[in-house]
Design a protein around this ligand. Structure first.
Ligand code: NAP
Length: 251
């Protein structure tokens, strides 16, 4: 029996890959053999260079995913540039922090639209191609707040809980078409998204005290799970939310 983690000949699309977790995943997919399209609102110059150094093809697609307006164009451009789409990583996301009493409609809509609504409709557009070719992998970036309520981030908890639900809903419908849909729930990872938490001495200490591994995660800590879920090695895994959290949820 040969278990394959190779992505040779595969075409991937990663959203929000100019920095952080998305960048680490995009580079890891390329190292495993995939050509990669990067969709986001900031030019991913560094990621393009890093993928170029692996010898794989990388293209950039400009798209603001705070609305679903660009989703069909993003998938069309990825397919035109790479010839097909085998892997979609829905990574782009934002967070807004405030006390419940002061939480605004703007902070609700911005997070739910970017983190959940665009994720669903981009997946829908990608799934049309994947179902037609009889194979595909959709990987959603969820969160510990797909399982927990968090502190001062109600729209983020709602959106990421929704990501877990929609991952399972899509997995059920696409399984018979050869498409697997899974999510990764990162723990506390050192990126722009958590800069405020890292800078808050009290919260930083509280967080570290609860992580059995005793350290924040790095974006590269997430990349191995993404390669697994993108590869043939995970063909019998679908509808799963894989925590990569240094043991946080086990505590
Ligand atoms: P990050 O460095 O801030 O990356 C977020 C990415 O999403 C950036 O590329 C950002 O682009 C992009 N993005 C945000 N809004 C967008 C929009 N409207 N259109 C297109 N792209 C947009 O933070 P990160 O931690 O790597 O976050 C990546 C994912 O992991 C997010 O879904 C986040 O919720 C999730 N996550 C992170 C952690 C953690 O501890 N860091 C934990 C659990 C889950 P810009 O650079 O242009 O803003």
């Amino acid at each position: 029996m040969t278990i394959s983690f190779s992505l040779a000949g595969k075409a991937a699309l990663v959203t929000g890959a100019n920095t952080g977790i998305g960048q680490a995943i995009a580079v890891a997919l390329a190292e495993a053999g995939a050509d990669v399209a990067l969709a986001g609102r900031s030019e991913p110059a560094e990621t393009l260079r890093m993928i170029g150094a692996t010898g794989r093809k990388a293209v950039s697609i400009a798209a603001d995913l705070s609305t679903i307006e660009p989703v069909d164009r993003v998938i069309d451009e990825a397919v035109n540039a790479l010839g097909r789409i085998d892997i979609l990583v829905n990574n782009a996301g934002i967070i807004r922090r405030n006390d419940l009493a002061d939480f605004t409609e703007e902070d609700w809509d911005a997070v739910v639209d970017t983190n959940l609504k665009s994720l669903f409709f981009l997946s829908q557009a990608a799934a049309r191609h994947m179902a037609a070719q009889g194979s595909g992998k959709i990987i959603n970036i969820a969160s510990l707040l797909s399982f927990q309520g968090g502190v001062r981030v109600p729209s983020y908890a709602a959106a990421k809980s929704g990501v877990a639900g929609v991952t399972k809903a899509m997995a059920n419908e696409l399984a018979s078409k050869g498409v697997q849909v899974n999510a990764i729930a990162p723990g506390y990872i050192q990126t722009n998204n958590t800069a405020a938490l890292q800078a808050d001495e009290t919260r930083n200490r509280q967080i570290l005290e609860r992580i059995p591994t005793g350290r924040w995660g790095s974006p590269e800590d997430i990349a191995g799970a993404a390669v697994f879920l993108a590869s043939p090695a995970s063909d019998y895994v679908t509808g799963h939310i894989l925590a990569v959290d240094g043991g946080w949820l086990a505590r």
